[in-house]
Design a protein around this ligand. Sequence first.
Ligand code: NAP
Ligand code: G4F
Length: 343
Amino acid sequence: MARVLIIGVTGQDGAFLARALVGRGDEVYGAMRRGSTSKTGRLKELGIRDKVNFCSLEVTEFANVQAVLDEIRPDLIFNLSAQSFVGDSFKFPHYTSGVNYIGVLNILEALRVLKMDARLYQASTSEMYGDVLEKPQSEKTPFNPLSPYAVSKLAAHSLVVNYRHAYGMFATSGILFNHESELRGYEFVTRKITSWLARIKLQDAEAVPLGNLSSVRDWGYAPEYTDMMVRMLDHDKPDDFVISTNTEHTVREFLFMAAQEMGFDLVSEGEGVDEKCFDRKTGKLIAYVDPRYFRASDVVYLRGDNSKAQEQLGWKPEVLAPEIARRMAIYDLKKAAAGNPGL
Ligand code: NAP
Ligand code: G4F
C-alpha cells in the first residue's frame, strides 16, 4: 500500500485517478485549493469522496507546498494541478504561467530541499507539439508550442527532465493527448457539444456556437489515461511517455457523432465562418461557427504515436472517440432529462 498525494484532485483526472488508487488499496491524500463552494462533486459522483484525505494546497506558494509535502511524506505524488483551459491562457498568461510552471518548480524544489525520494508524475501535454513538426507525434517529435498554456507546460516539462538528470529524481512526464469523459469540464469542446446538444434536445435551447470545426484531435477516454499515470510511476525508471489512441477526428466529426446518438441527423452547409449544421429531419439549426471561439493561434492537428507506451507499459486503448461521444451524449441526456443543465 502506497501513500499517495494527488495535487489537483478536484479535476476530471484527479477524480478518476483517486478512484483507481483507492481501488488498489492506497492511502490517498487529495490536495485542493480553497473555493467558496464545494469542489468535490466529481469525487462524490464516483462514490469515493469519503475515501480521500483532503488537505489545502495552493501550488503557487512554495512554503505551503513544502509544508504539505513534509507533513504527508507521500511515496507517490501526481501533479495534475493546472490552469488547463488553452483558450483562457491567452487571457490570463501570467496566471497560467504561475500555476503551470512555478507550481511545478515549487514541487520539485520542495522535494529537493526536503531530500524526499517520492516518485513524481507531472501532467505534460500534447499541446506542447503546437504547430506540429511531425505526424504523428511521439516522444522524439520536437515541441513547437502555440499558446501561453503550451509554453508554460513545456517549461515545466523541461524542468522535470532537468531535475531528473541533475538530481536523479524519479520524476516522470506523461505527454497525454486529449482525454474526455462524462466528468469533463464544460468549457472543453467535447463536453460543450454533448451538454449543449442535450439541452437543445430536451430543453429547446438555441443552437450551439463553436469555433474551428476542422481542428483535429486524438481523443481518448480519461479513466484509461489515469490508469496509465499509475503505471508510469510503477515503472522501473522515470521517463517521458506519450499516451494517445493513435486515431484522429475533427471537431465536426465529434459533433456529428454526439448528435447522432441524440437522434439528430446533421448536415453541414457553408464554409469557414459561414458554416452551419442543420438537422435533416426538422430543418432546425443545431450548431454554427462563431468567430468569438477562434483562438489567437490554434493547434489544428494532433495525433499521437504511442508505440513506446505500448512496448514498455503495456498500453492498449479500448475506448475510442465514437464510443466516448456515445457515452458522453447518453450521460448528458440523462442530466438534461433530470432538469440539470450542468452549467
Ligand atoms: P482540470 O479538470 O482543469 O483540473 C485541474 C485541477 O488543478 C483542478 O483540481 C484545479 O482545482 C487544480 N488547480 C488549478 N489551479 C490550482 C492551484 N493554483 N493550486 C492547486 N490546484 C490548482 O484538468 P484535467 O483535465 O483533469 O487535467 C489534469 C492535468 O492534465 C492538467 O494539468 C492538464 O493541464 C493536464 N492535461 C490534461 C489533458 C486532458 O485532455 N484532460 C491532456 C493533457 C494534459 P480547482 O477545482 O480548484 O479549479
Ligand atoms: O477541447 P479543447 O478546448 O481542448 P484543447 O485546446 O485541445 O486542450 C485540451 O487538451 C490538451 C491536450 O492536447 C490539454 F493539455 C488541455 O489542458 C485541454 O485538456 O479544444 C479542442 C479543439 C481546439 O482546436 C479548439 O480551437 O477544439 C476547437 N474548438 C472549436 N470550437 C473549440 C470550440 N474548443 C472549445 N473549447 N470551445 C469551442 O467552442
